[in-house]
Design a protein around this ligand. Structure first.
Ligand code: HEM
Length: 468
């Protein structure tokens, strides 16, 4: 009943029968506990999630050795947790390391790239979507209460919807409202207390407890995704979007590959879920910092005005002339710490790490937080300081420990898109508006709400038009 540590396995806290190390972690937010355990047991330590064997990786050295240098050994995903019940191990994000994952990852990367080129490029889609955001913000001028939460989720999910379905949704559309509510709820439940209990105690898995909400939420998102009727209007060989491209591929490869209509639905949901909550929570955190540090906001605006003088709108290439903006965006990502424990990995074979033996089938928690704020890697690890990314000459540089997208074979496949979104959204909005912390709002609260993604606590902002 009490799990036994394998030989030469990393050390860790004493393990209890059934519960493993569940009592060593705050189920509401285990990040502080992981910091404490790192101090006690070192950069690589073990942890039992109920009966499941897990290893936590802390700091750049351990994370790099595992997911980059020994990437393939650490590139699996666990297949028997609450999260897998809903995705049936398909798609990309939670698929195990193997042919189906590889084929779907390759297809997604290629399609994102193809739909990002030429006419209707990704850049145009983002800038087009921003016109709706600008309208929303303009309507709130003169009030103290622009509410950025839903707005940034809408932008991020509409950008992906355009790639997937070739269409965007009005911000009050049923699809987008239901979809966003369901995925934001699920990213909180899926690594919260109920998921931990579900994963630790098989005996409770069929009881009508709150984790069942994850399944209902997933069914809702599935229904709305399936609702996108594509087949009737598509022209084979002339794809309008990712769904068309997938259906083309399915016809081409037939039964010989892992492609199937069921996989397509999971893939679409994967991309929507992975691309919405991450980008929007990063933007929420970035704006919270800019609201509380008006001098940094102003410095960004000066650089934007200078570089974009005479130009109607920003393009992604402009980033090369905006070292300060680049530094602010990277610093915002570092402090946002959007996916603090990455997505759980799983060892694909018996392997070694920093002198320890780690058997095949061990869950790996990659503590990205510990790298993004590691002492010794940053000039200022705990404060919002754009200078973390600027050299003495004011030029932008990226330290090795900047890994909000993780790294190695499983590195975020939306990194290129996310970086383009963050740049164009921040630059366009900061050029047009000044964002001010409302006088009646007290002090900004930077304590995040824990989940697969960290979220800022809800806040309001005052918006003024800038005269350029
Ligand atoms: C600021 C925004 C984003 C952040 C911080 C972020 C971060 C991450 C992280 C940490 C992972 C886990 C990597 C690992 O397991 O080692 C991941 C995976 C993934 N992300 Fe992102 N992401 C962002 C935006 C996006 C966008 C816009 C998309 C959609 C196109 C996307 C799609 C994915 C997918 C499909 C995976 C799974 C990759 C795999 O398992 O092979 N992400 N992301």
């Amino acid at each position: 009943l009490k799990p036994r540590r394998p030989k030469n396995f990393p050390p860790g806290p004493p393990v209890l029968p059934f519960l493993g190390n569940l009592l060593h972690l705050s189920l509401e937010n285990p990040l502080k506990d992981l910091e404490r355990l790192r101090k006690l047991y070192g950069d690589v330590h073990s942890l039992y999630i109920g009966p499941r064997r897990a290893v936590v990786l802390n700091g750049l050295k351990a994370v790099k050795e595992a997911i980059i240098i020994k990437g393939a050994d650490f590139a699996g995903r666990p297949q028997d947790m609450l999260i897998n019940v809903i995705t049936k191990c398909q798609g990309v994000v939670l698929a195990d390391y193997g042919a189906a994952w590889k084929e779907h990852r390759r297809f997604s990367l290629m399609t994102l790239r193809n739909f990002g080129l030429g006419k209707n490029s990704m850049e145009e889609r983002i800038l087009g979507e921003l016109q709706y955001t600008i309208k929303t913000l303009e309507q709130s001028i003169g009030t103290q209460s622009a509410i950025p939460q839903v707005m940034f989720h809408n932008v991020a999910s509409n950008v992906i919807c355009q790639v997937l379905f070739g269409t965007r949704f009005e911000y009050n559309d049923e699809f987008i409202r239901v979809f966003i509510r369901s995925i934001t709820e699920n990213t909180k439940i899926l690594n919260g207390p109920w998921a931990m209990l579900y994963d630790s105690l098989p005996i409770i898995q069929n009881l009508p407890l709150p984790f069942r909400k994850v399944i209902t939420n997933y069914e809702v998102t599935l229904k709305v995704t399936l609702h996108q009727e594509h087949k009737a209007t598509r022209v084979p060989g002339d794809p309008r979007d990712l769904v068309d491209a997938y259906l083309d591929e399915l016809e081409k490869v037939g039964d010989e590959s892992s492609f199937s209509e069921e996989q397509l639905v999971t893939l679409a949901l994967d991309l929507l879920a992975a691309g919405t909550d991450t980008t929007s929570n990063t933007l929420l955190s970035a704006f919270l910092h800019l609201l509380s540090k008006p001098h940094i906001q102003e410095k960004c605006q000066q650089e934007i005005d200078r570089v974009l003088e005479g130009k109607e709108q920003a393009c992604y290439e402009d980033r090369h002339n905006m070292p300060y903006i680049q530094a602010v965006i990277h610093e915002a990502q570092r402090m946002a710490n959007t996916v603090p424990l990455s997505v759980f990995h799983h060892t694909t074979k018996d392997t070694e790490l920093m002198g320890y033996s780690i058997p095949k089938g061990t869950i790996i928690l990659e503590n990205l937080s510990s790298v993004l704020s590691e002492e010794g890697q940053w000039k200022s690890p705990h404060e919002f300081t754009p200078e973390n990314f600027l050299n003495e000459k004011g030029e932008f540089f990226k330290p090795e420990a900047f890994m909000p997208f993780s790294a190695g074979p499983r590195v975020c496949l939306g990194e290129g898109l996310a970086r383009m979104e963050l740049f164009l959204i921040l630059v366009t909005l900061l050029r047009k508006f000044r964002f001010i912390w409302p006088e009646d709002a007290g002090e900004p609260d930077f304590t995040p709400v824990y989940g697969i993604t960290l979220t800022t606590r809800p806040y309001r902002m005052r918006v003024e038009l800038r005269s350029q």
